[in-house]
Design a protein around this ligand. Structure first.
Ligand code: PGA
Length: 253
């Protein structure tokens, strides 16, 4: 295990109401104590927009960061019925925003649109968790690297504030299926993503890259053996305090 900061990010998706604050409460009690012993990690919970404000108030201690899960590409306010801008998310207390999630790409979000959203978010100093990943068909046709390259190069530019972009590698066939890639594939893919990013944008440092897709309290022990992985984007399991806490605990076992 390296000495680098490790991220544990919950992606609640379209779940939760005001009563879900008790989940946050349980996680915060655990994490406040845990953080005193195990320092080099960061916990972020990305919730529906309806919960950002109340959750942010609950975690004033700054131990846990709150994030959003998408935004409009327009930089401030505008006539876009039903949409929320990065500026509005920032003003309500979000520190992070997930962009490019495959569940949104599958609804028509293009590489170009995601780029605009990244730019809008960086402009208001939101940290971006940028999701990339291949379908099973692409994997079977050995197109994983070309797909990832296209997603990275198509949505990021050298002039962006690269330090505020975290990449989340989420193979689409892993999300919600209970399947994760082999250790061999993950090692190869993480090295590829990091080198591609460094080379494409001539950045001095390697980016932070998370793994997402069916992470649970069992497979985390396999995933923790891969030092290239800088953290995890956890969907379903992050909505159960016990499962989410066990993922963090078991990572360090
Ligand atoms: P999952 O979702 O952990 O439920 O597979 C991950 C994600 O979609 O970010």
């Amino acid at each position: 295990m390296t000495n680098k900061l490790k991220y544990f990010v919950g992606n609640w998706k379209m779940f939760g109401d005001i009563g879900s604050i008790k989940i946050l409460h349980q996680i915060s009690i655990f994490y406040a104590k845990f953080k005193k012993k195990v320092k080099k990690n960061k916990l972020i919970i990305c919730v529906p927009n309806t919960l950002i404000h109340s959750f942010k108030k609950k975690v004033q201690s700054n131990i846990i960061s709150i994030g959003a899960q998408n935004c409009h590409d327009y930089p401030s306010y505008g006539a876009f019925t039903g949409s929320v801008s990065a500026l509005m998310l920032k003003n309500i207390g979000a520190e992070y925003v997930i962009l490019g999630h495959s569940e949104n790409r599958s609804k028509g979000e293009s590489i170009g649109l995601i780029k605009k959203k990244i730019q809008a978010s960086l402009n208001v100093k939101l940290n971006v968790i940028f999701c990339i990943g291949e379908t099973l068909k692409e994997k079977n046709k050995k197109k994983t690297f070309s797909v990832l390259r296209k997603q990275i190069k198509g949505s990021i530019e050298k002039k962006f504030n690269l330090n505020k972009i975290i990449i989340a590698y989420e193979p689409i066939w892993s999300i919600g299926t209970g399947k994760i890639p082999s250790v061999y594939d993950l090692n190869k893919t993480f090295k590829f993503i990091k080198n591609e990013f460094k080379k494409s944008f001539r950045s001095k440092t390697l980016p932070t890259v998370l793994y997402g897709g069916s992470v649970n309290d069992k497979n985390i022990s396999i995933l923790s053996s891969i030092s290239e992985i800088d953290g995890f984007l956890v969907g379903a399991a992050s909505r159960s305090p016990k499962k989410f806490i066990d993922i963090i605990k078991n990572y360090y076992k």
